[in-house]
Design a protein around this ligand. Structure first.
Ligand code: BGP
Length: 475
């Protein structure tokens, strides 16, 4: 058998994209609630357009999500039916601390997740909990400016203490920040940042990044004090950059681009700012707000495992011109790779790139790796008999699982699990659409928010069930 006996097969979700119930259980308002579908979405996500209240001109898909808030028992039953060994979900911070800076948590929010974790346990499903997945209380943005403010570390510390204490015995695997490197591309999602006009955006992003890195190390420290058996992971939006050509300048450009992301995991895994980042920050006049104790905290509290999302590889080209072709990608574009097909949303498909990406992380860190997001966003058609013939999704996932097998079998990468993104259809982070579906389970809801919310098993549901049952031998 290629994969370990206890390999963690499963699926992944995020509170902001599936829960809905945005005002229930005394929940407070979060950044993601206010991100509308439509053309303003991109500027809001990037922190370039301030939008901190609902209005009538926009539609807000996170308000309802796919109503996991009310459907979670039935949805978990479907995941159990597929044989999930793990289920990745995130905590909505505003269910636990509605404003974010209270001293006492909200019991209704705590009870909600406790019920989910208990049900997971009953099914033998190991929860994989993202503490923050593009999630920040609006009150903390309005009052403190989000993660640009060091006070956020204290509020986050309060949150993690409550979670680690309350769910001790129910949850073992934790991720501190989803796709932490997305601060650079989607700072409103990643750090609750709205830019002021004329401020140095790069400075703000690296200030916020430092605060999150310190918060992540602090969370790791607290976790181990509460339960040394807790497993804490960093989470990186991964996807190797290839050089556009053998031109050494393109090769250098690819190395530089890869380092933009590795910077985050280098700190979280190795425990210090890498020399290339220090030099670049110095050159660009960026001042990282190190305070006494930060260096030791980062050094002494590195993560146990490295988790990634992988959707595609990317291409770096030193000299771009008006002829350079680009493709869309996970929250930011890349130079086009002429060797790869693209999805309906223009993301390039590269299973081989998953093996390459896993190897580069394994070579770099020698820490267990966990793929916590991978999948194909595609349009599905619900047939009259209640099925979806999603062979394209099966082909995509099957090719990526084969690449994982090669990484394990041929290269000896230590891979501990795989959770496909959006195991049940949910709202797209980049576009706010429902029509960009990733799930094994179809949810009857369209881009205008119309539908019964009924759930249907797709063809891929049965395929993935067989994959898990065979521990990845049948793909
Ligand atoms: C990642 C996010 C997820 C998810 C995924 C797919 O960046 O962690 O939240 O949404 O990408 O992206 P999209 O929803 O834009 O297709």
């Amino acid at each position: 058998m290629t994969f370990k006996k206890d390999f963690l097969w499963g699926g992944a979700t995020a509170a902001n994209q599936c829960e809905g119930g945005f005002s229930e259980g005394s929940r407070g308002l979060a950044n993601v609630d206010l991100v509308p579908s439509g053309e303003d979405r991109s500027a809001i996500i990037k922190g370039e357009l301030k939008h901190l209240a609902f209005d009538d001109a926009h539609r807000y898909p996170a308000k309802v999500g796919v109503d996991f808030y009310h459907h979670w028992e039935a949805d978990l039953a479907l995941f159990a039916e597929m044989g999930f060994k793990t289920f990745r979900l995130s905590i909505a911070w505003t269910r636990i601390f509605p404003k974010g800076d209270e001293l006492t948590p909200n019991e209704a929010g705590l009870a909600y997740y406790e019920a989910i974790f208990k049900q997971c346990k009953a099914y033998g499903i190991e929860p994989l909990v993202t503490i923050t997945h593009f999630d920040c209380p609006v009150h903390l943005i309005e009052t403190y400016g989000g993660w640009r403010n060091r006070k956020m570390i204290t509020f986050y510390e309060r949150l993690v203490r409550v979670l680690f204490t309350r769910y001790n015995g129910l949850v073992r695997y934790w991720l501190t920040f989803n796709e932490i490197n997305m601060i650079l591309h989607a700072p409103f999602l990643g750090a609750g940042i709205v830019f002021d006009t004329d401020e140095n955006k790069t400075q703000v992003k690296y200030t916020a990044a430092h605060h999150e890195l310190v918060a992540s190390a602090l969370a790791t420290k607290i976790a181990k004090e509460i339960n040394p058996d807790f497993q804490i992971g960093c989470m990186l939006a991964a996807g190797q950059y290839y050089p556009d050509s053998a031109n050494p300048l393109d090769v250098q450009e690819a190395a530089d681009k890869n380092r933009e992301s590795f910077f985050f995991s280098d700190v979280q895994v190795r425990g210090y700012y890498p020399s290339y980042a220090l030099k670049k920050q110095e050159r660009e006049g960026i001042v990282v707000p190190f305070e006494p104790g930060d260096t030791a905290l980062l050094r002494d509290n590195t993560v146990d495992f490295v988790s990634i999302s992988y959707y595609q590889s990317r291409v770096a080209k030193a000299e771009q011109s008006s002829d350079t072709a680009y493709v869309a990608g996970n929250l930011f574009a890349s130079v086009k790779n002429p060797y790869l097909p693209t999805s309906q949303w223009g993301w390039q498909i590269d299973p081989q790139g998953l093996r390459i990406t896993l190897n580069s992380l394994w070579d770099r860190y020698q820490k267990p790796l966990f793929i916590v997001e991978n999948g194909l966003g595609a349009k599905d058609k619900l047939l009259a008999d209640g099925t979806v013939e999603d062979n394209y999704r099966i082909d995509y996932l099957s090719a990526h699982i084969k690449a994982m097998k090669e990484a394990v079998e041929l290269d000896g990468v230590n891979l501990i699990g795989y959770t496909t993104w959006g195991c049940i259809d949910l709202v797209s982070a980049s576009s706010g659409q429902m029509s960009k579906r990733y799930g094994f389970v179809y949810v009857d809801l369209d881009d205008a928010g119309k539908g019964t919310l009924d759930r249907y098993r797709k063809k891929s549901f049965y395929w993935y069930k067989a994959v898990i049952a065979s521990n990845g031998e049948i793909v």
